[in-house]
Design a protein around this ligand. Structure first.
Ligand SMILES: [Zn+2]
Length: 358
């Protein structure tokens, strides 16, 4: 059937979500487990905690820390959260302060702590979060780049196209006033949030304690304010935001930056393209969301992977697709070198086309 040639492209965020969103908690104290988790479950947003690896399950004893004596979650509690679909990152071994902390060993803070944390969690730890303040960033940056896929910074949210994976812009979610000493824009306050400001970005943000009477209102949040913020984010996006763990967003961004797509053949019934580029080392979720604009409406869609030009197996199966208007979306394993054919079956007025590949 004659029809406009469909267009095939990789979505900035899955299913053309207007922005990506990650909420994280530094320190990983037990109140977060008790008071933040239920709010996340109410909205279906996964969370993420960045933990002090040397103090799991213990009262906090950080060098000069204002949150000392609050209790960190144990490895078992963190494994429980991982089972709930949350993520865990490393917030260093001791919540170090460079260079004044006695006996400071940056290799232990960044590297050894990661691997002992992974042993305890039986789960990869791929994100490092700078403790305390900006002065702790530069001294560890090279070590972080060697062992992690991303590094969360102190301020600078939201993250827009081309952002530095090793300086992820952050916003402090708090019930009190935000500090004027950081690059935190007033547009990020809950009442000021707008789709225009966040469009296409990744809003990455952090709080600390989650309690009804927060002891430090400039860096901690009440469950009520957290609920209000999530509701606002859903509101401004019509529920279409991509709420995801930082691990998943980083996988997606890294893949999008290193894997491309080359259309070989496209008709309204059948689209063939190949993934180009290479997988970045350390990828856990290798899926990208592909948008086909102009595939004809169908009762069934199938997806076929041909290994050409690499040797390997062929995959064929029903396509897990979502239709919105003229767009059909597919979450596909973005295998570099694989040739993918998407076919529309049934439901349309046109008979299936059996033309050869172009
Ligand atoms: Zn911290």
């Amino acid at each position: 059937m004659a029809g406009a040639t469909p267009e095939v492209s990789i979505c900035t965020w899955p299913f053309d979500a207007p922005f990506a969103y990650s909420m994280t908690y530094d320190e990983g104290t037990v109140d977060c487990l008790a008071n933040a988790l239920p709010v996340h479950e109410q909205f279906g947003f996964p969370g993420h905690v960045d933990v002090v690896a040397g103090q799991l399950g213990r009262r906090r004893q950080g060098w000069g820390s204002s949150l000392n004596d609050y209790v960190h979650m144990s490895a078992e509690e963190l494994r429980f959260l991982l089972g709930k679909g949350w993520g865990v990152g490393n917030h260093s071994w001791s919540h170090y302060i460079y260079p004044t902390q006695a006996g400071l060993d940056l290799w232990r803070e960044v590297v050894w702590s990661k691997y002992t944390l992974e042993d305890q969690l039986q789960h990869p730890v791929r994100i490092f979060t700078i403790p305390n303040d900006k002065h702790n960033y530069e001294p560890v940056l090279e070590l972080v780049k060697q062992h992690y896929i991303g590094c969360a910074y102190i301020d600078g949210a939201p993250n827009r196209e081309g952002f530095d994976l090793y300086k992820i812009g952050n916003f402090m979610v708090a019930s009190g006033e935000i500090s004027p000493h950081y690059d935190w824009k007033r547009e990020l306050l809950t009442d000021n949030l707008s789709l225009e400001f966040l469009r296409d970005s990744w809003l990455y943000e952090t709080s600390h304690l989650v309690m009804w009477n927060v002891p430090q209102a400039h860096k901690c949040v009440t469950p009520e304010d957290l609920t209000r913020r999530f509701a606002r984010l859903q509101d401004i996006s019509d529920g279409r935001l991509w709420a995801a763990r930082p691990d998943d967003v980083l996988d997606y961004v890294r893949l999008r930056r290193s894997v491309g797509l080359n259309v070989i053949h496209a008709t309204p019934e059948k689209v063939t393209f190949e993934f180009t580029g290479a997988w970045p080392i350390g990828t856990m979720d290798a899926r990208l969301c592909v948008r086909v604009t102009g595939l004809r409406p169908a009762t069934d869609v199938s997806v076929e992977y041909l290994p050409s030009p690499l040797p390997g197996g062929t995959l064929f199966g029903p396509g897990d697709s979502t239709r919105a208007g003229n767009n059909t979306y597919f979450m596909l394993a973005a295998v570099p070198g694989a040739r993918v054919t998407i076919r529309a079956h049934g439901g349309g007025e046109a008979a299936e086309v059996t033309d050869g590949d172009g």
